[in-house]
Design a protein around this ligand. Structure first.
Ligand code: ADP
Ligand code: MG
Length: 439
């Protein structure tokens, strides 16, 4: 913990200040009470006056339990003779009395969560759970790719539960933090405290549980916490980047428990939903965004909502910076670099669609086992294009084409290389497709 703090100060402070005030501090928690030890009273006083607030913030951000941090002088015999001074200097920094330990971000709410086909099930389930915590679906397991709104959605549940019941004991935490809590409990032999805290919650929100993979002690502790909470009808909500059974390195007994309640997916948003999200974010920032511009951004940025937001921020910043109003031209200019990068990364998906389109066959035929010439050849062209335009390996390409063996892909690439020389039609097709996909 202290190392993190030191690093943050190092970033924030001029080196001279850092070296004078922060570097000499030592962190010690060998007797179970975390203490910061200053080499002399002068530094101690200065740190107390100037940096304590900041350290308090970090302590709060880092530890989930109420924590008493002492700031003191070293326990040298010399100091011990002046015992009263030490006692006086030992200032309790934080007897954490702040009632809200939930770590919820109040900005993540249902009202600013845009709904569409991609997330309507997840959202409906989330509202159910928020309105009937512990009884509707327990646990609620939300999964989906990065930047699709998992964190937003489960924090919205937390915020709604809190609104309805200000006394509810709620804890939102990223799985990594839970792991480090387990480590800390281990180091301090404080599993009793750990259990007392986690097993007494009304609502536990664990984000990105795939981080538990391979961490056995964490999984064991979580297993106990999970059982205790569910047994007491306390709500557990989990997010993950994959479907439970696909999490590698997770104990079976946990995986099966994840399915006890309801498992819902969040999919990537479709075009109209992306536009709606952009318009909503713009409105929240009190910025007028023409639909035309929103459509342009949404068409370009397809991967996830976080990147969509990033693109919008870029356009706004560019407009502020240049003093020009937001219009299509400005958006194109602002996103130029971003799009150049994106365009270089052609997706396998896109290749399959484009090639299928070009040869007027169904996209499904890219994955189908059918071997008739009219689909086999386009499929081979698509595989060769995939090799040329993406970083994917032969096995990955095989997977993407209906789970074909990598040797099939190698064969396809060789075949197309030959045909490009011997068959002018294929050669022309290939060139045209390359151009379409690269543009
Ligand atoms: P994840 O946890 O799935 O990686 P986040 O919840 O962090 O994704 O979402 C990334 C960003 O996109 C956040 O700023 C979030 O507010 C926003 N976002 C995601 N989905 C939506 C949505 N449906 N409506 C509005 N904002 C969204
Ligand atoms: Mg998240």
């Amino acid at each position: 913990f202290w190392l993190d703090c030191v690093n943050k100060f190092k970033e924030d402070l001029p080196p001279q200040q850092f070296n004078t005030w922060i570097k000499p501090l030592k962190f010690d928690s060998s007797d179970g009470i975390p203490r910061l030890i200053a080499p002399n009273r002068f530094i101690l006083q200065w740190v107390k006056d100037k940096f304590l607030a900041r350290i308090e913030e970090m302590v709060e951000a880092h530890f989930s339990e109420p924590l008493l941090l002492l700031l003191s002088l070293p326990d040298t015999p010399e100091n011990n003779t002046t015992q009263p001074t030490i006692a006086a200097a030992a200032t309790p920094v934080r007897q954490n009395t702040k009632p809200d330990q939930s770590r919820l971000n109040p900005l993540f709410t249902f009202s600013n969560f845009v709904t569409g086909k991609a997330n309507q099930l997840a959202r409906a389930a989330a509202i159910q759970v928020a309105e009937n915590p512990g009884t509707a679906y327990n646990p609620l397991f939300v999964y989906g790719g990065v930047g699709l709104g998992k964190t937003h959605l489960i924090q919205a549940i937390g915020n709604l539960v809190k609104e309805q019941n200000s006394k509810a004991k709620i804890s939102y935490l990223h799985a990594e933090r839970y792991v480090s809590d387990v480590v800390r409990a281990y180091q301090h032999k404080a599993f009793d405290d750990f259990k007392r805290y986690y097993h007494s919650l009304d609502l536990l929100l664990i984000d990105d549980i795939q981080f538990f993979a391979g961490k056995n002690r964490t999984q064991e502790e979580f297993f106990y916490a999970f059982n205790a909470l569910i047994e007491d009808h306390k709500q557990v909500i989990i997010t993950c980047d994959t479907f439970p059974r696909e999490i590698a390195g997770m104990e079976d007994r946990l995986i099966s428990r994840f399915g006890w309640g309801l498992t819902v997916a969040i999919e990537p948003p479709e075009l109209e939903m992306r536009v709606a999200i952009l318009l909503k974010k713009a409105r929240a920032e009190e910025i007028k965004l023409q639909e035309e511009v929103a459509f342009f951004i949404a068409k370009q940025i397809r991967s996830n909502v976080r990147e969509l937001e990033g693109a919008l921020k870029r356009v706004l910043a560019y407009s502020r910076f240049t003093g020009h109003p937001i219009n299509l031209e400005l958006a194109k200019e602002a996103l130029k670099d971003l799009l150049a990068v994106q365009n270089r990364q052609v997706s396998l998906d896109n290749i399959q669609k484009t090639v299928a389109d070009y040869y007027k066959i169904k996209v499904a035929e890219m994955f189908s086992p059918k071997r008739s010439r009219n689909v086999a050849r386009p499929r081979q062209v698509a595989m060769a294009l995939a090799k040329e335009l993406t970083q994917s390996s032969y096995p990955e390409i095989g997977d993407a084409f209906g789970g074909r063996d990598h040797s099939t892909v190698i064969h396809a690439c060789r075949k197309i290389t030959e045909l490009k020389i011997s068959d002018p039609t294929i050669s022309r097709d290939f060139e045209i497709l390359l151009q379409i996909l690269r543009s």
